[in-house]
Design a protein around this ligand. Structure first.
Ligand SMILES: Cc1cc2nc3c(=O)[nH]c(=O)nc-3n(C[C@H](O)[C@H](O)[C@H](O)COP(=O)(O)OP(=O)(O)OC[C@H]3O[C@@H](n4cnc5c(N)ncnc54)[C@H](O)[C@@H]3O)c2cc1C
Ligand code: SF4
Ligand code: SF4
Length: 611
């Protein structure tokens, strides 16, 4: 089937798309950053083919073909989301949209730009800054794509000042499963349907983004407060006083404790804190006056450090290697009550939690509860995972909604949308995607392998009962499991392999990836191959050879979310593979000559020197 599919696609699009069919490479497209060990039992997660269309025309031919032949399509940006939005659920095609990343029309007067949605935020900002312009809001995952953020969250840095992403966009162009392309203006009712609906209705091709002048200053301030309660009272007071920060973020004391551990010094006080960024000196002065007597202001260098770290929200973490997180958007007034209950529950389970919250409007907060586990300890890990739906459900009681849906939050779809909106969305899905080829078996309803028997547990009513049971049993299991404690003994390579959270931050800066455009050359996927090697899985020489396509330039290390010593990993990994297969002299020679003749590479070297 895959062979026929490949032949048909190649006949249709020729060189206008890259088609990936290798076993290992397809496996790389079977996951996002969420570690869900049972996903492969529920779904066919490895796609039959991966296609990177190089033009909208090629994409249109592929989409039309898939619609006619009823082949499932799974759109993908940089796969930095974690709820299964990009994970295939049945045989089909992953559409890697990262090559559709052109920046077309910059309107300096109106301060707008039209871009294809495969563009990464970092690339866009690099293009805009020399024009003295900047985007208004962006996710902490600066390396992710615009299309991915339209289709998922839309809240991030700058959301307090500028609001949700959809308020920063004038119009979008969408390709429906029929191949029809439609331009939709922000004033049209249809516009909002494409935000947060995770590629269910169409592929968002391009957007006209509203910009602003590049801020001249960044004036972050960190203020320590006695408790979460005090911190949220402070935040509300600041909002009511009419202060105009660009961004407001709450951090629990454990967050600052982590920062101390990471820096190896007791620099931050172990208190709850609020980080606020201003761009105007006058506003910052008003803030300092407001803060006087309410809390303790940290030194500027500490505030600046934490502000810089906004793009590395996953940098940490002492102890266990696998992060788990629950994200809810909750009324600001209920945030503290929710946090109190949630922390009590975490304590019952013997799990340490870190809390942070972006304030995303005058009355709303995006709360993120993160904790560490170890995917190599299946029982503990499953008990820890079970906390996520329990905590999400708890959020509902306080007027919250889950931030994203994907596969794993599908049972909460009725809580995220009111009945009228959900009915409208379901009817729209039937209208625009009658063959249900776009991201099927998730978001609206889960459908699994084995005649959908396991899928029954995702039905909201049944899921609710399961959560009830889970809420009672998890503290017992969790405590028992966590009391076993401790990390396994591990080599440097193993430690790095298991500490990689697959965020993809490193891919955006890797010159080897930039030049080869091969997913298996990205640092995260080199680590994935190392993981298979360490687990004793068979590796082919072709896949092994890709590991050697590396300049040891250390750019990956510089941007790694987890501050992993990646170059040490490459050295150890290359040694292991060389012992097994020998060094691929010819592949390395070809790689070096490709790099030397690549304009992209020399542009990269030039830009790296400016840093
Ligand atoms: C370190 C880190 C920090 C993060 N910070 C934030 C944050 O501040 N705010 C936030 O909201 N999230 C954040 N995230 C989550 C994630 O990065 C965002 O959701 C991001 O916007 C996803 O973009 P992506 O390109 O990786 O999309 P993907 O993960 O590839 O895709 C996400 C969903 O969008 C669909 N999709 C992708 N492209 C298109 C398209 N062109 N048309 C239609 N559907 C499409 C996919 O099918 C999938 O359902 C963070 C993640 C990490 C690892
Ligand atoms: S060291 Fe290798 S893997 Fe890391 S960024 Fe450089 S080329 Fe890429
Ligand atoms: S190596 Fe670092 S930056 Fe790259 S995916 Fe892993 S954690 Fe993220």
């Amino acid at each position: 089937m895959a062979e026929t599919l490949k032949t048909s696609i190649e006949e249709l699009v020729g060189d206008e798309a890259k088609v990936i069919e290798g076993d290992f490479e397809r496996e790389l497209y079977s996951m996002d950053i969420g570690e869900v060990p049972f996903a492969t039992r529920l779904f066919d997660t490895t796609p039959e083919l991966v296609i990177l269309p190089k033009s909208v025309d090629a994409l249109k031919k592929i989409v039309r073909f898939a619609n006619d032949e009823k082949v499932a399509l799974f759109p993908r940006g940089s796969a930095s989301s974690g709820l299964g939005g990009v994970v295939p659920t049945e045989k089909g095609i992953v559409l890697d949209l990262s090559s559709l990343n052109k920046i077309f029309e910059l309107n300096r007067e109106k301060e707008t730009v039209k871009v294809q949605t495969g563009v990464r935020w970092s690339e866009l900002e690099e293009f805009l800054n020399p024009e003295n312009l900047s985007v208004r809001t962006y996710p902490s995952s600066f390396f992710s794509t615009l299309g991915g953020w339209i289709a998922t969250g839309g809240y991030g840095i700058g959301s307090y000042r500028f609001g949700h992403l959809k308020d920063q966009i004038e119009s979008i162009e969408v390709m429906f499963p029929s191949g029809e392309v439609k331009s939709i203006n922000s004033r049209e009712e249809e516009f909002a349907r494409f935000f947060g609906t995770e590629g269910q209705f169409g592929i968002v091709l391009s957007a006209v983004l509203k910009l602003r002048k590049k801020p001249e200053k960044s004036l972050p301030h960190l203020i320590y407060l006695e408790s979460a309660e005090d911190a949220f009272v402070f935040i509300t007071g600041m909002i009511n006083a009419g202060l105009k920060p660009n961004h407001i973020k709450y951090m629990g004391a454990s967050h600052l404790e982590e920062a101390n551990t990471f820096l190896g010094e007791h620099l931050f006080r172990l208190k709850d804190a609020v980080l606020v960024e201003f761009e105007e000196e006058e506003e910052a002065t008003k803030f300092r006056d407001f803060a006087e007597g309410r809390g303790i202001l940290a030194d500027d260098y500490l505030s600046n450090y934490l502000w810089h770290e906004r793009l590395f929200p996953m940098k940490k973490r002492s102890g266990k290697p696998t992060p788990l997180a629950c994200e809810v958007v909750i009324p600001l007034a209920n945030a503290v009550s929710y946090l109190k209950e949630a922390k009590r529950y975490f304590k019952k389970c013997g799990v340490d939690v870190e809390v942070e919250s972006h304030i995303v409007g005058k009355d709303r907060a995006l709360l993120m509860l993160t904790y560490m586990s170890d995917v190599r300890e299946p029982k503990t890990y499953l008990a820890n995972m079970a906390l996520i739906p329990v905590l999400t459900r708890l959020g509902l009681k306080f007027g919250g909604v889950p931030y994203g849906i994907g596969i794993w939050n599908t049972p909460f779809i009725n809580d995220k949308y009111d009945t009228k909106t959900l009915e409208l969305y379901k009817a729209y899905k039937k209208e625009v995607d009658p063959n249900n080829i776009l991201n099927p078996n998730k978001f609206f309803t889960v459908k699994t392998k084995m005649a959908n028997i396991p899928g029954i547990m995702f039905k909201p009513l049944i899921f609710r009962q399961l959560i009830r049971i889970s809420a009672t049993v998890t503290p017992i299991l969790g405590k028992r499991a966590s009391s076993k404690g401790g990390l396994k003994e591990e080599s440097v390579l193993e430690k790095i392999v298991y500490s990689c959270i697959k965020c993809g931050s490193c891919a955006a800066t890797c010159p080897a990836y930039l030049v080869t455009n091969e997913e298996s050359v990205t640092p995260k996927n080199k680590l994935y191959l190392a993981k298979k090697l360490l687990a004793g899985d068979a590796i082919s020489k072709t896949d092994s050879d890709k590991i050697f396509l590396c300049t040891h330039c250390e750019m990956c290390r510089a941007v790694c979310q987890n501050d992993l010593d990646l170059v040490a990993a490459w050295t150890e990994l290359e040694k292991l593979l060389e012992a097994e297969f020998g060094a691929p002299e010819e592949a390395i020679r070809d790689f070096v000559s490709t790099m030397e003749s690549s304009e992209d590479y020399w542009r990269f070297v030039y830009n790296a020197q400016k840093i």
